[in-house]
Design a protein around this ligand. Structure first.
Ligand code: GTP
Ligand code: ZN
Length: 353
């Protein structure tokens, strides 16, 4: 289908995200066709199920690749409803973390995908809702709670403007001279935070983009390096003339807490951090660092000395017009629980360690 030039309405996407989290039916309408879906993990007892819509990588795990044209291997897949399917079987088909518990599944038959654009929009809605990208396809007899178009989903992503909501003094352990600035996100409830440390001058500040990690930041998880990186960054910023920590609400590299914990469950089964994300049906890294660029612009900061090992962060800021004259490495000693994770970041996602 040719991409439509229709202008989307982010409100429809916001309502669709809410509906999917509640287990309600959402109708995705494109110029030519419509598909009605409900998220497998939140829905119960929906009748008139005509298929299951799964991510491309879930299809690969379920050995559905052979049934599709080579050109389609990045597209979601719709499969026929297996005989006698109940919701626990649907969940076993959807959720890769259950594969060891329910190894005997299939064979499955792929159905022709009516509308690849709508199906891809469904995958993005799942990520935005923090849900597994796996849906029941519901027949036309059912009444959808919300109607959304693929353009609405794009408009939702594009509409995520930030504004400074409030600011206050916040003495922290690393430095008593700090100010916290809260940014309200217009489109969703992911409010971001900046902590400005030291006395502002004309030089480029030392800046850290820290993506939220509840397990590492709060619980002291040893599986990643987030907690120690956060504290090391605060100290390095504090040692500089001035600097800013941007605390970005991008839990799990943008797939949300629950999906990150599913990735951890897959890591318990032996998959590394990259393969776990892919197996769940997500990008390796779903973060959008333009949000950090927006925050810096609102703070009046045109260029930064960036504390990171991740070249994507440098590129992400530069792409939005923020100068990065210098990258400062952020080295943390590994422990037996995160050594493999850090090696994977070095070997598979280009981190400079
Ligand atoms: N999906 C997923 N997310 C993870 C995993 N481990 C950590 N994270 C998330 O990864 C993010 C941490 O990334 P950062 O430390 O900001 O960035 P980075 O890409 O490691 O780059 P640096 O700036 O070099 O630290 C947080 O959002 C964590 O929740 C994992 O195994 N799976
Ligand atoms: Zn972490």
């Amino acid at each position: 289908m040719a991409p439509s030039s229709a202008v989307g309405n982010p409100r429809n996407a916001a309502r669709a995200i809410d509906a999917l989290r509640r287990g309600w039916i959402v109708r995705i309408e494109s110029a030519e066709t419509a598909i009605q879906i409900a998220a497998i993990e939140t829905t119960n007892a929906i009748t008139d199920i005509t298929g299951l819509l799964l991510s491309a990588s879930r299809a690969a795990t379920l050995k559905l690749v052979n049934q599709r044209a080579a050109a389609d291997t990045n597209l979601p897949v719709c499969i026929a409803v297996p005989a006698d399917m109940d919701m626990s079987m649907a969940l076993a088909i959807a959720d890769p973390t259950l594969d060891l518990r329910y190894p005997m599944k299939g064979p499955f038959a792929a159905l022709p995908l009516q509308d690849a654009v709508s199906a891809s929009a469904a995958m993005e809605l799942a990520r935005l809702a923090g849900l597994l990208p796996a849906f029941l396809v519901v027949g036309e007899g059912a009444v959808a709670e919300e109607i959304v178009t693929p353009e609405d989903v794009i408009a939702f992503d594009d509409s995520n403007r930030l504004e400074i909501a409030t600011r206050a003094r916040l003495p922290v352990a690393a430095n008593a001279e700090a100010e916290i600035v809260a940014f309200r996100s217009v489109a969703d409830s992911t409010d971001h935070i900046a902590l400005i440390i030291g006395k502002r001058d004309q030089t480029a500040p030392v800046v850290r983009l820290h993506s939220e990690c509840l397990t590492g930041d709060v619980l002291g998880s040893l599986k990643c390096d987030c907690g120690p990186q956060l504290h090391e960054a605060l100290h390095q910023i504090s040692d500089a003339q001035w600097g800013i920590l941007l605390y970005l609400r991008q839990e799990g590299r943008g797939i949300g807490l629950i999906n990150k914990l599913r990735a951890y469950a897959l890591q318990d089964q032996g998959f590394d951090t990259v393969d776990a994300n892919v197996r769940l049906g997500f990008a390796i890294d779903a973060r959008d660092f333009s949000v950090a660029a927006q925050m810096l612009k609102l703070l009046g900061v045109p260029s930064v000395r960036l504390l990171t090992n991740n070249p994507e962060k440098v590129a992400g800021l530069q792409a939005e017009g923020i100068g990065v004259p210098e990258r400062l490495p952020l080295k943390i000693a590994s422990n037996p629980h995160n050594a493999h994770y850090l090696a994977t970041k070095r070997d598979r996602t280009g981190h400079k360690l």
